[in-house]
Design a protein around this ligand. Structure first.
Ligand code: ZN
Length: 261
């Protein structure tokens, strides 16, 4: 897209945000690549170095070797490392501070929306979060640091200190159900949205990708900011093929300008 076209799109999106009463963002891997997190499926991504077949919930439950590998990845921070929020995460957090944000629904497990300043109760993590481990027995959750300390001290497959049950990184593995309550609330918020902005998702992973469909069915305007095509491009009121960081920064600057008039 040329710069004139980009400027027009940014202006239109800022106008939609300024009019919106229920603004929902939906984010995928593409928003975090600018923070240095390779799309798991893309070049240099996790699944080019590891076999996804080793990361099914069945293998995790039934194979000590699979559990060992998963905990190794968790310990080394290979999924997210020390990534920091980028301009796109910060722009969304700024919209929250301006009182403009209903919520963020994310496919990412990297905690970057929260690190940017969006409160925990406004982030719906469809695929979990690497900052926690969960016990499959008592469902108690433990912070990453606590488990990492144990792994660094030599434990290979940590057990739950409360009940002795199996601990699992609190991310949705292949073949595993999405967290029901999160999914349900994300669906409700999507249907209630009047403006639904997709950033950095190819909208091909279900059931996450139902969210924009729910929003459109319920009458929301749809905006897609993504490098590459999605199956919902034709439904979009505004479609932007550009990097998320600079695009979102420009949009939020415009929204601020409108408020000051
Ligand atoms: Zn337990």
């Amino acid at each position: 897209m040329d710069s004139q076209e980009a400027a027009t799109s940014i202006e239109r999106i800022a106008g939609l945000i300024a009019e919106s009463r229920r603004l929902v963002f939906f984010t995928g891997a593409g928003i975090s690549t600018e923070s240095g997190i390779a799309d798991f499926r893309g070049t240099g991504g996790l699944w080019t170095r590891y076999d996804p077949e080793d990361f099914t919930i069945d293998k995790f439950l039934n194979s000590a070797e699979s559990r060992r590998k998963q905990w190794h990845i968790f310990k080394e921070g290979l999924m997210t490392g020390k990534a920091q929020p980028n301009a796109a995460h910060l722009a969304i957090a700024e919209l929250h501070r301006m009182g403009r944000l209903d919520c963020v629904i994310t496919q990412n497990v990297d905690d970057l929306h929260q690190k940017a300043g969006v409160p925990e109760d406004k982030v719906f993590e469809l695929h979990g979060n690497m900052k926690r481990a969960v016990c499959l027995g008592c469902r108690r959750r433990y912070p990453f640091e606590e488990i990492k300390t144990r792994l660094d001290a030599g434990e290979v497959i940590p057990a739950c200190p409360n009940c002795g049950g199996t601990l699992k990184p609190d991310v949705v593995m292949f073949g595993e159900q999405l967290p029901y309550r999160v999914l349900e609330e994300a669906g409700r918020r999507s249907r209630a949205a009047d403006l639904f902005i997709v950033i950095g998702s190819t909208l091909v992973v279900y059931p996450a990708a139902y969210m924009p469909a729910y929003a459109v069915e319920s009458g929301a305007r749809l905006v897609i900011i993504n490098l590459g095509e999605t199956p919902m491009d034709r439904e979009a009121t505004v479609l932007v093929s550009a990097r998320a960081g600079e695009t979102m920064t420009a949009i939020v600057d415009k929204v601020k300008g409108k408020r000051d008039i």
